[in-house]
Design a protein around this ligand. Structure first.
Ligand SMILES: N[C@@H](CCC[C@H](N)C(=O)O)C(=O)O
Length: 278
């Protein structure tokens, strides 16, 4: 039986375990994802990025190349999600690093569809994130206070709330209250404020994880929401999150996310631990 290799890394401190599974042999159960992401009994991470071919994924969207690489993303609670912006930057940097793609420009499959990426010499990565689609208004509640927000689909669902105060003052240790009718499958909730002419400051509570230090799709949702509130069809902004800074550009039919990546460690999982974690 072959070793189970892993790489641990992050994109703006949104951290992931990358699991290369090029021949789609791993039985990656929800229990194993939870164990891997557990910061005490596992490696610790916000999510898992399994590296497989598009052909290995039953529910892959039709624009995904069956022979190309697919990011099989899992949240720390074991659930799947359509898309992960910070994870995809790390995933792309990993593919180039180990020679699974020629780079620097290629396309990665995700549950939200095919996503073109470009890796840069300095380790940063730019992703074509697709359209950020506004689909309503709603509100999030935190510690009994309501915050109006804009519902944005970036492949996965977001509620992006422009707030007057400092996002640092919010208690995000419990999930914000949200409308279960507008968000039947849960939602990622962003709280952001303007920080000068070309930047916003943001915190996020992620579906399936909790508060994270960054959320790539969330930064796209926040900039799209701000432009929507300002009646601007396009624009760009830096987004400062707890784990660093990214750049987001929104056009009428697409969006891009640029930010750093870091591969921290690589090794092999203990086979007995893997079996017991099932
Ligand atoms: N951290 C991610 C988003 C991961 C998925 C999210 N938790 C969901 O369930 O939709 C990012 O960087 O975009």
């Amino acid at each position: 039986m072959r070793d189970i290799e892993f790489v641990k890394g992050h994109g703006t401190e949104n951290d992931f375990v990358v699991l290369p599974d090029v021949d789609a042999q791993l039985d990656l159960t929800a229990a194993r994802v939870r164990a891997l992401c557990d910061r005490n009994r596992g490696l610790g991470a916000d999510g898992v990025l399994r590296v497989v071919r598009g052909s290995a994924v039953e529910d892959a969207p039709s624009d995904v190349d069956p022979d190309g690489w697919f990011m099989d993303y899992r949240n720390a609670d074991g659930s799947t999600a359509e898309m992960c912006g910070n994870g995809l930057r790390l995933f792309a940097a990993y593919l180039v690093d180990v020679g699974l793609v020629d780079g620097p420009e290629f396309v990665v499959g995700t549950r939200a569809g095919a996503r073109p990426v470009r890796t840069h010499e300095d380790g940063s990565v730019t992703i074509q994130m697709g359209p950020a689609r506004i689909f309503g208004r709603s509100q999030a509640t935190v510690s009994g206070s309501a915050f109006p927000g804009v519902a944005v689909d970036v492949g996965n669902p977001h509620l992006a709330c422009l707030i007057d105060g400092d996002p640092a003052d919010l208690d995000l240790t419990v999930p914000p209250g949200r409308d279960p009718v507008l968000f039947p499958h849960g939602v990622n909730v962003e709280f952001f404020r303007r920080k000068g002419p070309d930047a916003i400051q943001m915190r996020v509570h992620e579906r399936g994880v909790g508060e994270t230090r960054a959320c790539g799709t969330g930064t796209v949702a926040a900039v799209a929401a701000l432009l929507h509130l300002e009646n601007e069809p396009s624009g760009s902004s830096y987004v400062d999150i707890l784990g660093g800074r990214v750049r987001v550009e929104i056009t009428e039919d697409g969006s891009t996310l640029t930010g750093p990546t870091a591969q921290v460690a690589r090794g092999n999982l203990d086979r007995k631990w893997w079996e017991s974690a099932s």
